[in-house]
Design a protein around this ligand. Structure first.
Ligand SMILES: Cc1cc2nc3c(=O)[nH]c(=O)nc-3n(C[C@H](O)[C@H](O)[C@H](O)COP(=O)(O)OP(=O)(O)OC[C@H]3O[C@@H](n4cnc5c(N)ncnc54)[C@H](O)[C@@H]3O)c2cc1C
Length: 428
Protein backbone atom coordinates (compact mmCIF):
# COMPACT_ATOMS: atom_id res chain seq x y z
CA UNK A 1 0.00 0.00 0.00
CA UNK A 2 1.29 3.42 -0.92
CA UNK A 3 -0.17 6.73 0.13
CA UNK A 4 0.85 10.33 -0.37
CA UNK A 5 1.50 10.72 3.37
CA UNK A 6 0.12 9.66 6.72
CA UNK A 7 -0.80 11.86 9.67
CA UNK A 8 -1.37 10.65 13.23
CA UNK A 9 -3.39 13.36 14.97
CA UNK A 10 -4.00 13.10 18.69
CA UNK A 11 -6.99 15.40 19.11
CA UNK A 12 -10.26 16.26 17.42
CA UNK A 13 -8.93 19.77 16.86
CA UNK A 14 -5.94 18.42 14.92
CA UNK A 15 -8.21 16.29 12.74
CA UNK A 16 -10.41 19.32 12.15
CA UNK A 17 -7.38 21.40 11.08
CA UNK A 18 -6.11 18.65 8.76
CA UNK A 19 -9.52 18.24 7.08
CA UNK A 20 -10.07 21.99 6.70
CA UNK A 21 -6.73 22.21 4.89
CA UNK A 22 -7.39 19.12 2.75
CA UNK A 23 -10.79 20.48 1.79
CA UNK A 24 -9.27 23.76 0.65
CA UNK A 25 -6.53 21.95 -1.26
CA UNK A 26 -8.98 19.30 -2.58
CA UNK A 27 -6.66 16.65 -1.16
CA UNK A 28 -8.36 13.22 -0.95
CA UNK A 29 -8.20 11.52 2.43
CA UNK A 30 -8.73 8.01 3.74
CA UNK A 31 -9.16 7.09 7.39
CA UNK A 32 -7.56 4.06 8.98
CA UNK A 33 -8.38 2.47 12.32
CA UNK A 34 -7.21 -1.07 13.07
CA UNK A 35 -6.91 -2.06 9.38
CA UNK A 36 -9.06 -5.18 9.85
CA UNK A 37 -11.86 -4.04 7.52
CA UNK A 38 -13.00 -6.70 5.05
CA UNK A 39 -13.72 -4.67 1.87
CA UNK A 40 -10.52 -2.67 1.24
CA UNK A 41 -12.14 0.66 2.17
CA UNK A 42 -9.17 1.60 4.37
CA UNK A 43 -6.58 0.88 1.66
CA UNK A 44 -5.19 4.17 0.36
CA UNK A 45 -4.36 4.96 -3.21
CA UNK A 46 -1.10 6.72 -4.00
CA UNK A 47 -2.59 10.24 -4.13
CA UNK A 48 -4.44 9.96 -0.80
CA UNK A 49 -3.54 11.27 2.63
CA UNK A 50 -4.05 8.67 5.35
CA UNK A 51 -5.44 9.85 8.67
CA UNK A 52 -4.59 7.25 11.28
CA UNK A 53 -6.68 7.26 14.46
CA UNK A 54 -3.99 5.32 16.33
CA UNK A 55 -3.17 8.11 18.78
CA UNK A 56 -6.76 8.99 19.57
CA UNK A 57 -7.09 5.96 21.79
CA UNK A 58 -8.28 7.02 25.26
CA UNK A 59 -11.31 5.89 27.21
CA UNK A 60 -12.51 9.24 28.50
CA UNK A 61 -15.25 8.10 30.85
CA UNK A 62 -17.06 5.04 32.12
CA UNK A 63 -20.30 6.11 33.78
CA UNK A 64 -21.38 3.12 35.84
CA UNK A 65 -24.75 4.53 36.90
CA UNK A 66 -25.72 5.53 33.36
CA UNK A 67 -24.13 2.37 31.88
CA UNK A 68 -22.31 4.32 29.17
CA UNK A 69 -18.71 4.93 28.16
CA UNK A 70 -17.14 7.73 26.14
CA UNK A 71 -14.38 6.31 23.98
CA UNK A 72 -12.02 7.92 21.48
CA UNK A 73 -12.35 6.42 18.02
CA UNK A 74 -8.87 4.88 17.82
CA UNK A 75 -9.35 2.79 20.96
CA UNK A 76 -9.03 -0.94 20.27
CA UNK A 77 -12.21 -2.98 20.83
CA UNK A 78 -10.57 -5.43 23.24
CA UNK A 79 -9.19 -2.55 25.34
CA UNK A 80 -12.71 -1.17 25.73
CA UNK A 81 -14.11 -4.61 26.59
CA UNK A 82 -11.43 -5.07 29.27
CA UNK A 83 -11.70 -1.57 30.79
CA UNK A 84 -15.47 -1.88 31.02
CA UNK A 85 -15.20 -5.39 32.54
CA UNK A 86 -12.82 -3.97 35.18
CA UNK A 87 -15.67 -1.69 36.25
CA UNK A 88 -18.05 -4.65 36.52
CA UNK A 89 -19.93 -3.90 33.29
CA UNK A 90 -20.15 -5.46 29.82
CA UNK A 91 -19.38 -3.92 26.44
CA UNK A 92 -21.42 -6.29 24.29
CA UNK A 93 -19.91 -5.90 20.79
CA UNK A 94 -17.46 -8.71 20.03
CA UNK A 95 -15.77 -10.03 16.89
CA UNK A 96 -12.73 -12.02 15.82
CA UNK A 97 -10.66 -8.91 15.01
CA UNK A 98 -11.12 -7.59 18.59
CA UNK A 99 -7.37 -7.27 19.26
CA UNK A 100 -6.84 -4.72 16.43
CA UNK A 101 -10.22 -3.34 15.30
CA UNK A 102 -11.04 0.11 16.70
CA UNK A 103 -14.28 1.56 17.97
CA UNK A 104 -14.25 4.16 15.19
CA UNK A 105 -13.79 1.39 12.62
CA UNK A 106 -16.63 -0.55 14.23
CA UNK A 107 -18.91 2.49 13.91
CA UNK A 108 -17.86 3.23 10.35
CA UNK A 109 -18.45 -0.36 9.24
CA UNK A 110 -21.46 -0.89 11.56
CA UNK A 111 -19.69 -4.03 12.74
CA UNK A 112 -21.62 -7.13 13.74
CA UNK A 113 -19.85 -10.18 15.13
CA UNK A 114 -20.74 -13.09 17.34
CA UNK A 115 -23.17 -11.53 19.84
CA UNK A 116 -25.53 -9.78 17.42
CA UNK A 117 -28.22 -12.38 18.02
CA UNK A 118 -28.54 -10.96 21.55
CA UNK A 119 -27.10 -7.44 21.56
CA UNK A 120 -27.43 -6.20 17.98
CA UNK A 121 -24.83 -4.54 15.73
CA UNK A 122 -22.65 -1.50 16.46
CA UNK A 123 -25.64 0.70 15.60
CA UNK A 124 -27.48 -0.79 18.58
CA UNK A 125 -24.72 -0.01 21.06
CA UNK A 126 -23.95 3.51 19.80
CA UNK A 127 -25.75 6.31 21.63
CA UNK A 128 -23.74 9.29 20.47
CA UNK A 129 -20.89 10.38 18.22
CA UNK A 130 -18.46 13.20 17.63
CA UNK A 131 -17.61 13.50 13.94
CA UNK A 132 -15.39 15.87 11.98
CA UNK A 133 -16.94 16.79 8.64
CA UNK A 134 -15.05 17.21 5.38
CA UNK A 135 -14.66 20.99 5.83
CA UNK A 136 -13.29 20.60 9.38
CA UNK A 137 -16.59 21.32 11.19
CA UNK A 138 -16.78 19.40 14.46
CA UNK A 139 -20.25 17.87 14.85
CA UNK A 140 -20.83 16.95 18.47
CA UNK A 141 -23.78 14.61 18.78
CA UNK A 142 -22.65 13.04 22.06
CA UNK A 143 -26.04 11.84 23.28
CA UNK A 144 -25.87 9.64 26.40
CA UNK A 145 -29.54 8.77 26.72
CA UNK A 146 -31.62 5.88 25.46
CA UNK A 147 -34.47 8.27 24.63
CA UNK A 148 -33.82 11.50 22.78
CA UNK A 149 -36.29 12.34 20.03
CA UNK A 150 -35.08 15.83 19.20
CA UNK A 151 -35.21 15.98 15.45
CA UNK A 152 -33.12 13.90 13.08
CA UNK A 153 -30.86 11.28 14.67
CA UNK A 154 -27.74 12.51 12.89
CA UNK A 155 -25.37 9.85 14.22
CA UNK A 156 -27.17 7.26 12.09
CA UNK A 157 -25.76 8.95 8.96
CA UNK A 158 -22.23 8.12 9.99
CA UNK A 159 -22.78 4.59 11.30
CA UNK A 160 -21.92 2.26 8.44
CA UNK A 161 -20.89 5.08 6.09
CA UNK A 162 -17.31 3.73 5.88
CA UNK A 163 -15.53 7.05 6.34
CA UNK A 164 -17.21 8.68 3.33
CA UNK A 165 -19.21 11.30 5.27
CA UNK A 166 -16.94 12.26 8.17
CA UNK A 167 -14.19 11.16 10.54
CA UNK A 168 -15.59 9.61 13.72
CA UNK A 169 -13.51 10.90 16.62
CA UNK A 170 -15.49 9.95 19.75
CA UNK A 171 -18.24 7.49 20.54
CA UNK A 172 -20.74 7.14 23.38
CA UNK A 173 -21.40 3.43 23.79
CA UNK A 174 -24.14 1.70 25.72
CA UNK A 175 -23.05 -0.84 28.34
CA UNK A 176 -24.84 -3.81 29.86
CA UNK A 177 -24.74 -5.67 33.13
CA UNK A 178 -22.37 -8.62 32.77
CA UNK A 179 -23.49 -12.20 32.96
CA UNK A 180 -21.99 -14.66 35.42
CA UNK A 181 -22.67 -18.02 33.77
CA UNK A 182 -21.42 -19.26 30.41
CA UNK A 183 -22.56 -22.52 28.88
CA UNK A 184 -21.07 -23.47 25.54
CA UNK A 185 -21.53 -26.47 23.27
CA UNK A 186 -20.66 -27.75 19.85
CA UNK A 187 -23.39 -29.73 18.14
CA UNK A 188 -23.50 -31.82 15.00
CA UNK A 189 -26.60 -31.99 12.79
CA UNK A 190 -27.50 -33.91 9.68
CA UNK A 191 -29.11 -31.08 7.66
CA UNK A 192 -29.55 -27.34 7.39
CA UNK A 193 -33.26 -27.88 7.95
CA UNK A 194 -32.33 -29.15 11.42
CA UNK A 195 -30.15 -26.07 11.97
CA UNK A 196 -33.23 -23.89 11.49
CA UNK A 197 -35.31 -26.12 13.76
CA UNK A 198 -32.59 -25.91 16.40
CA UNK A 199 -32.45 -22.12 16.19
CA UNK A 200 -36.18 -21.89 16.91
CA UNK A 201 -35.87 -24.48 19.66
CA UNK A 202 -33.01 -22.57 21.33
CA UNK A 203 -34.79 -19.23 21.00
CA UNK A 204 -37.96 -20.69 22.46
CA UNK A 205 -36.32 -22.32 25.49
CA UNK A 206 -33.28 -20.13 26.15
CA UNK A 207 -34.98 -16.82 25.33
CA UNK A 208 -32.76 -13.78 25.61
CA UNK A 209 -29.83 -15.61 27.26
CA UNK A 210 -28.97 -17.09 23.86
CA UNK A 211 -25.70 -15.29 23.14
CA UNK A 212 -24.31 -17.06 20.09
CA UNK A 213 -25.53 -19.48 17.43
CA UNK A 214 -22.79 -20.01 14.87
CA UNK A 215 -23.04 -22.35 11.91
CA UNK A 216 -20.23 -24.20 10.11
CA UNK A 217 -20.72 -26.57 7.19
CA UNK A 218 -18.78 -29.82 6.75
CA UNK A 219 -16.33 -28.25 4.27
CA UNK A 220 -15.46 -25.51 6.75
CA UNK A 221 -15.20 -27.90 9.69
CA UNK A 222 -12.89 -30.27 7.82
CA UNK A 223 -10.76 -27.43 6.42
CA UNK A 224 -10.04 -25.86 9.82
CA UNK A 225 -9.45 -29.13 11.67
CA UNK A 226 -6.89 -30.58 9.23
CA UNK A 227 -3.66 -31.89 10.72
CA UNK A 228 -1.77 -28.93 12.15
CA UNK A 229 -5.01 -26.91 12.44
CA UNK A 230 -7.53 -26.70 15.27
CA UNK A 231 -8.28 -29.69 17.49
CA UNK A 232 -11.59 -31.26 16.38
CA UNK A 233 -14.04 -31.55 19.31
CA UNK A 234 -16.13 -34.11 17.40
CA UNK A 235 -15.74 -36.28 14.30
CA UNK A 236 -15.93 -34.72 10.87
CA UNK A 237 -18.71 -36.80 9.30
CA UNK A 238 -21.71 -34.48 9.87
CA UNK A 239 -23.24 -32.11 7.36
CA UNK A 240 -23.55 -29.21 9.80
CA UNK A 241 -22.01 -27.97 13.05
CA UNK A 242 -23.22 -25.35 15.48
CA UNK A 243 -21.37 -23.51 18.24
CA UNK A 244 -23.91 -22.16 20.69
CA UNK A 245 -23.42 -20.23 23.88
CA UNK A 246 -25.83 -19.02 26.52
CA UNK A 247 -24.92 -16.50 29.17
CA UNK A 248 -27.05 -15.79 32.21
CA UNK A 249 -26.94 -15.06 35.90
CA UNK A 250 -28.41 -18.11 37.58
CA UNK A 251 -25.63 -20.62 38.20
CA UNK A 252 -27.65 -23.81 38.72
CA UNK A 253 -30.67 -23.00 36.63
CA UNK A 254 -28.79 -21.84 33.50
CA UNK A 255 -26.68 -24.97 33.19
CA UNK A 256 -29.65 -27.25 33.83
CA UNK A 257 -31.84 -25.44 31.31
CA UNK A 258 -29.07 -25.52 28.69
CA UNK A 259 -28.54 -29.25 29.13
CA UNK A 260 -32.29 -30.00 29.14
CA UNK A 261 -32.83 -27.92 26.01
CA UNK A 262 -30.07 -29.78 24.16
CA UNK A 263 -31.26 -33.17 25.46
CA UNK A 264 -34.74 -32.43 24.17
CA UNK A 265 -33.33 -31.45 20.78
CA UNK A 266 -31.60 -34.84 20.64
CA UNK A 267 -34.87 -36.59 21.53
CA UNK A 268 -36.65 -34.65 18.80
CA UNK A 269 -34.03 -35.85 16.32
CA UNK A 270 -32.76 -32.32 15.63
CA UNK A 271 -29.20 -32.81 16.90
CA UNK A 272 -26.99 -35.85 16.37
CA UNK A 273 -24.14 -35.29 18.81
CA UNK A 274 -23.33 -32.76 21.54
CA UNK A 275 -20.05 -31.75 23.16
CA UNK A 276 -20.64 -29.45 26.13
CA UNK A 277 -17.57 -27.53 27.29
CA UNK A 278 -16.56 -28.76 30.74
CA UNK A 279 -13.83 -26.19 31.29
CA UNK A 280 -12.70 -22.81 29.98
CA UNK A 281 -9.99 -24.60 27.99
CA UNK A 282 -12.60 -26.78 26.26
CA UNK A 283 -14.73 -23.72 25.63
CA UNK A 284 -11.76 -22.01 23.95
CA UNK A 285 -11.13 -25.12 21.84
CA UNK A 286 -14.72 -25.09 20.62
CA UNK A 287 -14.54 -21.39 19.76
CA UNK A 288 -11.19 -21.78 18.02
CA UNK A 289 -12.78 -24.09 15.44
CA UNK A 290 -15.23 -21.31 14.61
CA UNK A 291 -12.85 -18.34 14.84
CA UNK A 292 -9.45 -19.61 13.77
CA UNK A 293 -9.69 -20.08 10.00
CA UNK A 294 -5.92 -19.77 9.54
CA UNK A 295 -5.69 -23.23 7.85
CA UNK A 296 -7.97 -22.00 5.05
CA UNK A 297 -5.82 -18.94 4.45
CA UNK A 298 -2.96 -21.18 3.23
CA UNK A 299 -4.94 -21.64 0.01
CA UNK A 300 -3.85 -19.14 -2.59
CA UNK A 301 -5.85 -17.39 -3.82
CA UNK A 302 -8.90 -17.48 -1.58
CA UNK A 303 -11.87 -15.13 -1.54
CA UNK A 304 -13.92 -14.29 1.55
CA UNK A 305 -17.61 -13.44 1.23
CA UNK A 306 -20.11 -11.83 3.56
CA UNK A 307 -23.73 -11.83 2.38
CA UNK A 308 -27.14 -11.88 4.00
CA UNK A 309 -30.45 -13.43 3.07
CA UNK A 310 -33.66 -14.67 4.67
CA UNK A 311 -32.79 -17.87 6.54
CA UNK A 312 -35.60 -19.83 4.88
CA UNK A 313 -33.74 -19.66 1.54
CA UNK A 314 -30.19 -19.99 2.90
CA UNK A 315 -29.94 -23.73 2.29
CA UNK A 316 -31.15 -23.52 -1.31
CA UNK A 317 -28.74 -20.63 -1.94
CA UNK A 318 -25.80 -22.43 -0.34
CA UNK A 319 -26.39 -25.56 -2.41
CA UNK A 320 -26.62 -23.55 -5.63
CA UNK A 321 -23.41 -21.60 -4.94
CA UNK A 322 -21.49 -24.72 -3.96
CA UNK A 323 -22.65 -26.61 -7.07
CA UNK A 324 -21.69 -23.75 -9.39
CA UNK A 325 -18.29 -23.29 -7.77
CA UNK A 326 -17.58 -27.03 -8.06
CA UNK A 327 -18.64 -27.01 -11.70
CA UNK A 328 -16.26 -24.14 -12.40
CA UNK A 329 -13.32 -25.42 -10.32
CA UNK A 330 -13.65 -29.17 -9.58
CA UNK A 331 -10.86 -29.15 -6.92
CA UNK A 332 -12.12 -26.02 -5.20
CA UNK A 333 -12.90 -25.42 -1.57
CA UNK A 334 -16.19 -23.67 -0.82
CA UNK A 335 -16.45 -23.54 2.95
CA UNK A 336 -19.26 -21.68 4.64
CA UNK A 337 -19.95 -20.43 8.12
CA UNK A 338 -22.76 -18.25 9.30
CA UNK A 339 -24.21 -16.08 12.01
CA UNK A 340 -27.47 -17.84 11.06
CA UNK A 341 -29.68 -15.99 13.51
CA UNK A 342 -28.57 -12.68 11.95
CA UNK A 343 -29.27 -13.85 8.35
CA UNK A 344 -25.52 -13.64 7.74
CA UNK A 345 -23.56 -16.13 5.66
CA UNK A 346 -19.79 -16.15 5.09
CA UNK A 347 -17.93 -18.22 2.47
CA UNK A 348 -14.34 -18.94 1.79
CA UNK A 349 -13.86 -19.88 -1.85
CA UNK A 350 -10.47 -21.20 -2.98
CA UNK A 351 -10.25 -22.37 -6.63
CA UNK A 352 -7.31 -24.75 -5.87
CA UNK A 353 -6.49 -25.04 -9.55
CA UNK A 354 -3.18 -26.41 -10.79
CA UNK A 355 -0.74 -23.96 -12.38
CA UNK A 356 -0.97 -20.20 -12.53
CA UNK A 357 -4.44 -18.89 -12.00
CA UNK A 358 -5.36 -15.28 -12.56
CA UNK A 359 -6.53 -14.03 -9.20
CA UNK A 360 -8.53 -11.05 -10.45
CA UNK A 361 -10.52 -12.85 -13.10
CA UNK A 362 -11.14 -15.80 -10.75
CA UNK A 363 -12.41 -13.37 -8.11
CA UNK A 364 -14.83 -11.81 -10.60
CA UNK A 365 -16.10 -15.27 -11.62
CA UNK A 366 -16.66 -16.27 -8.00
CA UNK A 367 -18.35 -12.91 -7.29
CA UNK A 368 -20.82 -13.52 -10.10
CA UNK A 369 -21.77 -16.92 -8.71
CA UNK A 370 -22.12 -15.64 -5.14
CA UNK A 371 -23.91 -12.35 -5.82
CA UNK A 372 -26.14 -13.13 -8.83
CA UNK A 373 -28.88 -15.06 -6.98
CA UNK A 374 -29.17 -12.58 -4.10
CA UNK A 375 -31.46 -9.95 -5.65
CA UNK A 376 -34.19 -12.44 -6.41
CA UNK A 377 -33.87 -13.97 -2.94
CA UNK A 378 -34.17 -10.53 -1.27
CA UNK A 379 -30.65 -10.89 0.02
CA UNK A 380 -27.79 -8.41 0.30
CA UNK A 381 -24.25 -8.37 -1.07
CA UNK A 382 -22.95 -7.23 2.30
CA UNK A 383 -24.14 -8.26 5.74
CA UNK A 384 -21.56 -6.75 8.07
CA UNK A 385 -18.35 -5.90 6.21
CA UNK A 386 -19.69 -3.00 4.13
CA UNK A 387 -19.08 -2.15 0.48
CA UNK A 388 -15.69 -0.41 0.42
CA UNK A 389 -13.91 -0.78 -2.90
CA UNK A 390 -14.33 -4.52 -3.23
CA UNK A 391 -18.12 -4.62 -3.58
CA UNK A 392 -19.03 -1.30 -5.13
CA UNK A 393 -19.76 -2.78 -8.56
CA UNK A 394 -22.31 -5.06 -6.93
CA UNK A 395 -24.08 -2.48 -4.74
CA UNK A 396 -26.87 -1.88 -7.30
CA UNK A 397 -27.87 -5.54 -6.83
CA UNK A 398 -28.96 -4.71 -3.29
CA UNK A 399 -30.11 -1.10 -3.46
CA UNK A 400 -32.65 0.62 -5.72
CA UNK A 401 -31.64 3.47 -8.07
CA UNK A 402 -33.61 5.85 -5.84
CA UNK A 403 -31.72 4.72 -2.74
CA UNK A 404 -28.38 5.09 -4.53
CA UNK A 405 -29.32 8.56 -5.72
CA UNK A 406 -30.22 9.70 -2.19
CA UNK A 407 -26.89 8.31 -0.93
CA UNK A 408 -25.13 10.44 -3.54
CA UNK A 409 -27.16 13.54 -2.59
CA UNK A 410 -26.04 13.07 1.04
CA UNK A 411 -22.43 12.57 0.00
CA UNK A 412 -22.41 15.68 -2.22
CA UNK A 413 -24.06 17.74 0.53
CA UNK A 414 -21.66 16.73 3.30
CA UNK A 415 -18.53 16.46 1.19
CA UNK A 416 -18.96 18.67 -1.91
CA UNK A 417 -15.29 18.35 -2.89
CA UNK A 418 -15.42 14.56 -2.55
CA UNK A 419 -12.27 14.43 -0.42
CA UNK A 420 -13.41 11.78 2.08
CA UNK A 421 -12.71 8.20 0.99
CA UNK A 422 -13.51 8.93 -2.67
CA UNK A 423 -14.49 5.89 -4.73
CA UNK A 424 -15.59 3.90 -1.68
CA UNK A 425 -19.19 2.52 -1.66
CA UNK A 426 -19.94 4.21 -5.03
CA UNK A 427 -18.37 6.53 -7.57
CA UNK A 428 -19.83 9.99 -7.91
C1 LIG B 1 -10.25 -12.15 12.25
C2 LIG B 1 -11.29 -11.12 11.87
C3 LIG B 1 -12.61 -11.36 12.22
C4 LIG B 1 -13.61 -10.42 11.90
N1 LIG B 1 -14.88 -10.68 12.27
C5 LIG B 1 -15.84 -9.78 12.01
C6 LIG B 1 -17.18 -10.01 12.43
O1 LIG B 1 -17.52 -11.05 12.99
N2 LIG B 1 -18.08 -9.04 12.17
C7 LIG B 1 -17.76 -7.87 11.53
O2 LIG B 1 -18.63 -7.02 11.33
N3 LIG B 1 -16.52 -7.66 11.09
C8 LIG B 1 -15.55 -8.56 11.32
N4 LIG B 1 -14.27 -8.33 10.89
C9 LIG B 1 -13.99 -7.11 10.10
C10 LIG B 1 -13.48 -5.90 10.90
O3 LIG B 1 -12.88 -6.30 12.12
C11 LIG B 1 -14.58 -4.87 11.17
O4 LIG B 1 -15.08 -4.36 9.96
C12 LIG B 1 -14.09 -3.69 12.03
O5 LIG B 1 -15.21 -2.94 12.43
C13 LIG B 1 -13.10 -2.76 11.30
O6 LIG B 1 -12.48 -1.93 12.28
P1 LIG B 1 -11.04 -1.30 12.01
O7 LIG B 1 -10.73 -0.36 13.13
O8 LIG B 1 -10.05 -2.35 11.76
O9 LIG B 1 -11.32 -0.45 10.71
P2 LIG B 1 -10.40 -0.28 9.41
O10 LIG B 1 -10.16 -1.57 8.77
O11 LIG B 1 -9.21 0.53 9.74
O12 LIG B 1 -11.40 0.58 8.51
C14 LIG B 1 -12.61 0.05 8.07
C15 LIG B 1 -13.43 1.14 7.38
O13 LIG B 1 -13.82 2.15 8.31
C16 LIG B 1 -13.23 3.42 8.00
N5 LIG B 1 -12.82 4.02 9.26
C17 LIG B 1 -12.00 3.48 10.21
N6 LIG B 1 -11.94 4.29 11.28
C18 LIG B 1 -12.73 5.36 11.01
C19 LIG B 1 -13.09 6.54 11.73
N7 LIG B 1 -12.63 6.79 12.95
N8 LIG B 1 -13.93 7.43 11.14
C20 LIG B 1 -14.41 7.20 9.90
N9 LIG B 1 -14.11 6.11 9.17
C21 LIG B 1 -13.28 5.20 9.72
C22 LIG B 1 -12.07 3.10 7.05
O14 LIG B 1 -11.78 4.18 6.20
C23 LIG B 1 -12.62 1.89 6.31
O15 LIG B 1 -13.51 2.29 5.31
C24 LIG B 1 -13.25 -9.23 11.19
C25 LIG B 1 -11.93 -9.01 10.84
C26 LIG B 1 -10.95 -9.94 11.18
C27 LIG B 1 -9.53 -9.65 10.80
Amino acid sequence: MQARAMVLPNSTEEISAVLALCNTMQQPVVIIGGNTGGVQGQYPSSNELVISLEQLNQIEEIDEANATAIVQAGCVLETVQQAVADKGLLYPLDLGGRGSATVGGNVSSNAGGINVIRHGMMRNVTLGLEVVLADGTVLSSMNQMIKNNTGYDLKQLFIGSEGTLGVVTKVVVKLEEPTTTINTAMLSLSSFENVLKLLRHMRRYMGNVLNAFEYMDNDYYCAVTVEGGNRAPMDASSACYIVTEVRGNNFEFDEELFQETLAEAIELGIIDEVVIAQSERQRQEIWEVRENFEPILHNSPYFLYDVSLPIGVMDQYLKQVKAEIKALWPNSLCASLAHVGDNNLHFFIAPREEGNIDENSSHVKANEIVYAPLTELNGSVSAEHGIGIEKKNYLPMSRTPQELELMKVLKRTLDPNNILAPGRIFDL
